[in-house]
Design a protein around this ligand. Structure first.
Ligand SMILES: Nc1ncnc2c1ncn2[C@@H]1O[C@H](COP(=O)(O)OP(=O)(O)OP(=O)(O)O)[C@@H](O)[C@H]1O
Length: 265
């Protein structure tokens, strides 16, 4: 068994269509230890979601290997919980039913489900909303429910694809703080996709910056600033400038690519 929880080795992903081939990931190697909070950062189209989906087992790599806790990833599994940007909640279920759903599928006993769900709703400030339906909740509350649902299953790994991208700035900061608290309390390994530089610095132990087509690892940066981090801190800002430069280079490559494609059309 590997000491690391997620190991990505020589991963490539090629999407083929009639007209063209897109190399979405090229020779990705990443070793994520148990309990680390990693952000995948980069502009649109650099393969962040493709890599996350490969770890989740939704869309396997064209070549290379991914293991979690030493076991090859061949399909989605209960050790990996996913939180998407669009709140993937069942609209016909209440908050409580949404959080309980995975446990029911697993065949957990009624009393235990009740106890676990109540405890989680309480911890996430959702207890007063337990009987509401998703449509009657704010975006931030819905995302709390999505997080509670993953926590209910007790997956050691949380995979998050721009989970706070659709939220206003204040709600986003609240949920970031909540996530840091959860991460600290539940000791999860988190892989979090974002294209926000500030979000990555605010949250992560480690920021993996990706390049635009083919998606490779451009820079792997360890963030040692103490939490809770202050975006006004000079060190925070220095890192923001450094990352801004790296991301901008990739954004420009994206832009050139689009201009070239438009010229060919
Ligand atoms: N199913 C698919 N078929 C063809 N090409 C795809 C498919 N999925 C992704 N791609 C291409 O692979 C590249 C990586 O896409 P991906 O969605 O992983 O990027 P991303 O960094 O997550 O971007 P975004 O922030 O916009 O989601 C892009 O160029 C995209 O067009």
């Amino acid at each position: 068994m590997s000491a690391s929880q997620i190991v990505v080795t020589g991963v490539n992903k090629v999407f083929k269509s009639d007209e063209r081939e897109v190399v979405a990931l090229k020779d990705i190697n990443l070793d994520i230890p148990d309990g680390q909070f990693v952000c995948l950062l980069g502009p649109s189209g650099c393969g962040k979601s493709t890599l996350l989906n490969a770890i989740a087992g939704f869309a396997l790599p064209s070549s290379g290997n991914i293991t979690t806790d030493g076991k090859p990833v061949t399909e989605p599994g209960p050790d990996r919980g996913m939180v998407f940007q669009e709140y993937a909640l069942f609209p016909w279920m209440t908050v409580e039913q949404n959080v309980a759903f995975g446990l029911e599928i697993k065949g957990v006993g009624k009393a235990e489900i009740q106890a676990r769900v109540t405890q989680l709703l309480d911890k996430l400030g959702l207890i007063d909303f337990r009987s509401r339906f998703p449509k009657d909740l704010s975006g931030g509350m819905r995302q709390r429910v999505a997080i509670a649902r993953v926590l209910a299953l007790d997956s050691p790994i949380m995979l998050m694809d721009e989970p706070f991208g659709a939220l206003d700035a204040l709600t986003r900061r609240n949920l970031q703080d909540e996530l840091l608290r959860i991460w600290d309390e539940f000791k999860k390994t988190i892989v979090f996709v974002t294209h926000s530089i500030e979000e990555a610095i605010y949250l992560a132990d480690r920021i993996v910056v990706m390049t635009y087509r083919p998606g490779t690892i451009k820079r792997d940066i360890t963030v040692t600033l103490p939490r809770l981090r202050d975006p006004a801190d000079p060190e925070f800002n220095a890192l923001k400038r450094e990352l801004g430069q790296l991301v901008m280079e990739e954004q420009q490559r994206h832009h050139h690519d689009e201009m070239r494609a438009a010229a060919v059309d």
